[in-house]
Design a protein around this ligand. Sequence first.
Ligand code: ME8
Length: 522
Amino acid sequence: MKSFFITTPIYYVNANPHLGHAYTTVVADSLARFHKLQGEDTLFLTGTDEHGDKIVQAAEKQGQTPKEFVDAVSARFQALWPQLGVANDRFVRTTDEAHKRAVQDFLQKVYDAGDIYFGEFGGHYCYGCERFYTEKELENGLCPQHLTKPEFISEKNYFFRMSKYLPWLREHIARHPDFIRPERYRTEVLAMLESGALEDLCISRPKTRLTWGIELPFDKDYVCYVWFDALINYISALGWPDGPDYARYWPGEHLVAKDILKPHAVFWPTMLKAAGLPLYKHLNVHGYWLSRDTKMSKSLGNVVDPLETGQRFGLDAFRYFLLREMHFGSDASFSEEALIGRINADLANDLGNLFSRVLSMTAKYFGSRVPQPTQQEPDDEAIVELCATAMRNFSQLFGNVQFAQALESLWELVRALNKYVDSQAPWALHKQGNMERLATVMYILLAAMRKIAICLWPVMPDASRQMLEQLGQPTEKNLPPVTGLEEEITCFGGLGAGTHVAAASNLFPRIDVKKKTEAEDK
Ligand code: ME8
């Protein structure tokens, strides 16, 4: 059985999760579900990143010890995900004992191979990024991320011989066009590698400065640099080095936003290479959610609360919006108007309307039983063909992380079905007493709706289940409705004549903008 392993970044616990974190996690959840639909053995991992200066500072502000603080915030992350319909299989914390052991094993392995050395180091340290910058990397003497002046720190530290692996990495990325995707980020990394600005990586912090970290196995006066520690979560959670899940699921693929491109595209592959481990399959990089044209971030205070938004507008509609609105790789703006616009146009008008009119006609003309189709006419054949093409495109695009385009191709089918209802005019066929033709038209509609509901399970799991139940299909919570999408694409049908379907449907009620504003004004 083919396996599929997908990860999100492990989030810092120095603040509560916002829409940006929710986006990456919902995308990972959708991808995991999409691979389950294909019958693959899937593992979906998320977690929290709990070491480093930032955490110590945040804990101090709350008057807590770092451990008390990380336990509380990590619990909030763990509790949030199921409320967003996210069904992660595993949750890793960098304070887990198993993770700490794996980090120490990894460090020892690279140290024994001669790729970690001790040296004097002076660098521009940004507390916000928790990393050193070289002179060349600063912009007008400031940290390019935080636009603050870093502190110059000189101390003895351990270094990972990253520069030794950079020519190899460049070659690997050049030879594997979809190792980092979309293309713009691959180009960015290649430019980074060619700029000559990358050096060896400082991977330790002296305990005199920081104790909240994983001790180096070869020097108890130092703890591990938080990024070196954090990246290893992707294999520590699989029980590396000898846990069975490591052999079963690695190599997997990662999902991150562009803020953490460098650690994932440069540090992590060179670390894996130095430890003699296989590289990940793909690094999937997305852009930022913006709010009022600036990056949504906890430090700027312009964040959208995903839970509140999901609860107010409907969880499935919110998930649909996230995947449909952002073209993976580019930035996207969040606004309630855009969200309401999508809900009303795509979900209420197109999809909801299709279900409601077809189910009520099936009730009226066939007593809510799926009719037996007969001879197909060219208009029917065109729909059957479009159904296969739309699903094929949906499947290919979704697998290539082009979610907006994948959904758009499915909506071509939804809209074509609504037009087919108008052009075939079942009410007229009924009036003429042409029950044979009516049966074929209604069957085509119901069977295509079942296909749409199946394709939407990764994005809108609850609505998909509801749609399938309305079509008389058995479903089980958190289990995929089918385990072979390919078969569904190639064979039309799949809906037995005589199946009892619901008499009516109101899946996605329209949001009345006027009423909503009035209610908020009160
Ligand atoms: O960087 N738009 O954690 P973090 C889209 N602990 N996505 C966003 C976003 C936005 N405005 N803001 C945050 C860390 N994200 C490290 C990761 S991994 C080994 C260690 C999402 O809490 C996006 O996935 O700062 C981004 O990459 C991540 O949150 C950063 O989370």
